[in-house]
Unconditional design. Structure first.
Length: 398
């Protein structure tokens, strides 16, 4: 009897493992994508038709933002007791031929506890006037990143060459990108109550919070034009950038590069990375409530086009890579396309994007929206930066 029971248990475990593997096998076949049924950005939760900017901003935008806070990214608390900025000039660095460097320790206090975010800034040498700024949310080690002048992930020379300030911070300072340590930053020190809430802030929300504190610094620095600020994130950083841009209207441009599931890509397509897969691999990125939709994307009361729509009418750029099917380039483009309705119909600020996804290398840059699809792997490359900076130059000259 014992042998039969053991055998039955082994068989059950084997079947369960097989089923789990089958569930997590990514879909890269368009013919297997479910019929797309996504919420209408112009229909409020009580069925009201949204027709103008007043209704959008006071009704629909507010409820969509709350919906994402409750179901996906968690609350984004802004209360703290004190914020201060300690600047230090760095005379020796790898970019001293063409830039002046400084670091800024952003110290935030709440309820007797403190957390410090270190911001690295590079100014063009000999600059005059007030300059635009580009901030990168980096999930890569910034100390190592700044040593490698050939790495195009954060091309200081290119940004400086456009007459802009280059800025970056490491997510390690706000919430370590690690499921065992993620609470060791602001979540454990400043906002511990969020960890007890099913819709509490988690890793991605903390990174967005960090970018907002950098903007607090830009606002009070007379050398920086905070009205001409671009926020850039790649992959997981792109997800955080979109959440930040949706909440913080101070950013003139938000850029999400290959942000995929939980970023620009439509969740309901179930293409490439899925809600279940991302919640299983990175359980500390999203609110606990998001896990309710593991394998149940069809029951989501939202989709990512709604997140992108919250950035209107400010600048928004979404970028994809042909070889990065995991991030679902088509889903990223369709999300931008559906969000563009708010730019056009609510704010009357947009020429139309092409209605069909072009799977070949291409770039579309309108007055307020940008998109490109390039060759190559999942990365933040020189090709990407060339287009982001071109878009920013055009926007910032207006």
């Amino acid at each position: 009897m014992l042998q039969k029971t053991v055998f039955a248990c082994i068989t059950l475990i084997s079947l369960t493992a097989t089923m789990t593997m089958a569930q997590q096998e990514p879909n890269y076949d368009e013919s297997k994508v479910p019929a797309l049924s996504i919420p209408d950005v112009f229909i409020s939760q009580d069925g009201k038709l949204i027709k103008d900017a007043n209704d959008w901003e006071k009704v629909r935008r507010t409820e969509i933002l709350q919906l994402f806070a409750d179901e996906v990214y968690g609350e984004l608390p802004q209360d703290f007791d004190k914020i201060s900025f300690e600047e230090q000039v760095v005379s020796e660095h790898p970019y001293s031929d063409f830039s002046n460097m400084k670091t800024v320790e952003i110290q935030v206090e709440r309820s007797g506890k403190q957390n410090t975010v270190k911001l690295h800034l590079f100014f063009p040498k000999g600059f005059t006037g007030v300059l635009p700024v580009v901030l990168v949310i980096s999930h890569r080690n910034v100390s190592e990143l700044l040593k490698d002048t050939a790495d195009r992930f954060f091309p200081i020379d290119e940004i400086i060459g456009k007459g802009m300030v280059a800025a970056v911070f490491d997510v390690e300072d706000v919430s370590p990108d690690d499921k065992e340590r993620f609470s060791q930053g602001i979540l454990g020190r400043l906002y511990p109550e969020q960890l007890q809430m099913t819709n509490g802030m988690r890793g991605l929300g903390a990174w967005a919070w960090g970018a907002m504190r950098a903007m607090d610094y830009f606002e009070q620095n007379p050398e920086i034009d905070d009205k001409r600020a671009m926020l850039v994130g790649h992959s997981r950083g792109g997800k955080a950038a979109l959440w930040c841009g949706a909440n913080d209207t101070r950013w003139a441009i938000t850029v999400a590069n290959e942000s995929g599931c939980g970023g620009a890509a439509l969740s309901k397509r179930k293409f490439g990375e899925t809600v279940e897969r991302i919640n299983t691999t990175f359980p500390f990125w999203f609110t606990d409530n998001f896990k309710k939709y593991n394998g149940r994307e069809e029951s989501l009361p939202l989709d990512q086009h709604m997140l992108l729509s919250l950035i209107a009418p400010r600048g928004l750029y979404v970028a994809s890579s042909k070889d990065d099917q995991w991030a679902d380039p088509k889903g990223e483009y369709l999300s931008l396309l559906f969000a563009s309705r708010v730019y056009g119909e609510i704010y009357q600020t947009l020429q139309e994007l092409p209605e069909t996804f072009n799977s070949e290398v291409n770039t579309v840059q309108l007055e307020h929206l940008g998109y490109h699809l390039r060759e190559g792997a999942h990365d933040l490359s020189a090709y990407d930066w060339e287009r982001f900076l071109d878009f920013a130059e055009k926007r910032f000259k207006k």
